[in-house]
Design a binder for this molecule. Structure first.
Ligand code: PHE
Length: 347
C-alpha cells in the first residue's frame, strides 16, 4: 500500500475507533490520542516514509500528513467534548437531590471562658463609669517594679521573678504597671480616675495544676479626692455579689503589697456552702479572691499626683482563679491547651 493510502486508512480507522469510545471509558480517548498523534505514534511512523518519496510526490504527501493531523486533532477534541457532556448528563440522571434532608450545620464556636469572665467584669465596671485601659505585656522594669514602689533589690521582687528580654525590659509580672502609666496621663481637673485593665501576666513558675508561667489579671484603680477604704470595700462587695451571687459577703484581712498601704487580702463567703465550711472553701467558709489596698502615697507622688490632696484604692484579681472557683476547674492548664472539649463546656 502506498503512503497516501496508508494515511487515508489511518484517518478512517481512527475516526471509527474514536466514535466507538463510550462515556464510561473516557480514558481510552487519551490512550488512542497518544497511539495515533503522540511523539511515537502511528502518524509519526508514517512520516518516516516521506524521505523515500520522489521530489514531486513529497510536498503533496507532506500536505496530506498535515491535513490528516488537523482532521484527527479536531475529531479528538469534539469526541472529548461529547464524552464530557454525556458524563454530566449521566450524573444528572443518576443523582437525585432530596431537598427534605436536613442541611449541613455550621458549627458555631464560643468565646474562651477567660474572655467571657473579662467581658463580664468589664461590663460591670463600665456601668459604674470606669474606663478600660490596655497595658503592655512586654514592660519596662521601671513601670513593673520601680514605679510600683519596688526598687531594685527590694525583697518582694523575689516572689515575682519573670522572663527578661534585657536587664530593663521584661514580661510584666502583674497588671499593676498600668496604674502608673494611667496615673501619669490622667488630668485630675476633669474628675477622678476610675479604670480597670485586664490582661496577661507572666511569672517564673513551674507549671502544675494550680500554677502557670502565664495567667490573667484584672487591675482596678480609683484615685480622686476623699477616696477611702470604705469605697474599696463597697466596690469589692458589689463585684463579689455580681460574680458569686447576691448573698455573698466579703471580709478584708491585713496583707502586704509594696504599692498599697494599708494592703488587704479579700475573701468572699463561700458560694457553695454559704459559709458553713465545705471542700471548696477548705472548711473555712471563706475563699480568697483578690489582693487590694489604698494606693501608696509614693506611687501617687511618682506620677506627680499630690498625695495630700488625692487618695485612691487599687485591686488585682486573678481571672483564672475566678473561673476555677466558679466552675470547679481543678487544673489551670486547661485554659491554655486549646482543647475544644474544655472550651466548649463554657458556652
Ligand atoms: N499586683 C498584685 C499581685 O499581682 C495584686 C494587687 C493589685 C494588689 C493592686 C493590690 C493592689 O499580686
Amino acid at each position: 500500500m502506498d503512503l497516501q493510502a496508508q494515511l487515508e486508512e489511518l484517518k478512517t480507522k481512527t475516526q471509527n475507533q474514536l466514535k466507538a469510545i463510550k462515556a464510561d471509558n473516557a480514558n481510552e480517548l487519551q490512550e488512542l490520542r497518544v497511539k495515533v498523534l503522540g511523539k511515537k505514534g502511528s502518524l509519526t511512523e508514517l512520516l518516516k516514509g516521506l524521505k523515500d518519496l520522489s521530489q514531486e510526490l513529497r510536498p503533496l504527501v507532506g500536505k496530506q500528513v498535515n491535513e490528516v493531523r488537523d482532521v484527527l486533532t479536531q475529531a479528538f477534541e469534539e469526541q472529548a467534548q461529547l464524552l464530557e457532556a454525556a458524563q454530566i448528563q449521566a450524573r444528572l440522571e443518576s443523582e437525585t437531590l432530596d431537598v427534605t434532608l436536613p442541611g449541613r450545620q455550621i458549627k458555631l464556636g464560643n468565646r474562651h471562658i477567660l474572655s467571657q469572665i473579662s467581658e463580664e467584669i468589664e461590663d460591670i465596671f463600665l456601668g459604674m463609669g470606669f474606663q478600660i485601659v490596655d497595658g503592655f505585656e512586654v514592660e519596662q522594669d521601671y513601670y513593673n517594679f520601680e514605679r510600683m514602689n519596688l526598687p531594685k533589690d527590694h525583697p518582694a521582687r523575689d516572689m515575682q521573678d519573670t522572663f527578661y528580654i534585657s536587664e530593663d525590659i521584661l514580661l510584666r509580672t502583674h497588671t499593676s504597671p498600668v496604674q502608673a502609666r494611667t496615673l501619669d496621663k490622667h488630668d485630675f481637673s476633669k474628675g477622678p480616675l476610675k479604670m480597670i485593665s485586664p490582661g496577661r501576666v507572666f511569672r517564673r513558675d513551674t507549671d502544675d495544676a494550680t500554677h502557670s508561667h502565664q495567667f490573667h489579671q484584672i487591675e482596678g484603680l480609683v484615685v480622686g479626692q476623699n477616696i477611702s477604704m470604705g469605697d474599696l470595700k463597697g466596690t469589692l462587695e458589689m463585684i463579689s455579689k455580681k460574680m458569686f451571687g447576691e448573698d455573698r459577703s466579703i471580709r478584708l484581712r491585713p496583707s502586704y503589697f509594696p504599692f498599697t498601704e494599708p494592703s488587704v487580702e479579700v475573701d468572699v463567703s463561700c458560694f457553695k456552702c454559704g459559709g458553713k465550711g465545705c471542700n471548696v472553701c477548705k472548711k473555712t467558709g471563706w475563699i480568697e479572691i483578690l489582693g487590694a489596698g489604698m494606693v501608696h502615697p509614693s506611687v501617687l507622688e511618682m506620677s506627680g499626683v499630690d498625695s495630700e490632696q488625692y487618695s485612691g484604692f487599687a485591686f488585682g484579681l486573678g481571672q483564672e482563679r475566678i473561673a476555677m472557683l466558679r466552675y470547679g476547674i481543678n487544673d489551670i492548664r486547661g485554659f491554655y491547651l486549646g482543647d475544644s472539649r474544655f472550651i466548649e463546656q463554657f458556652k
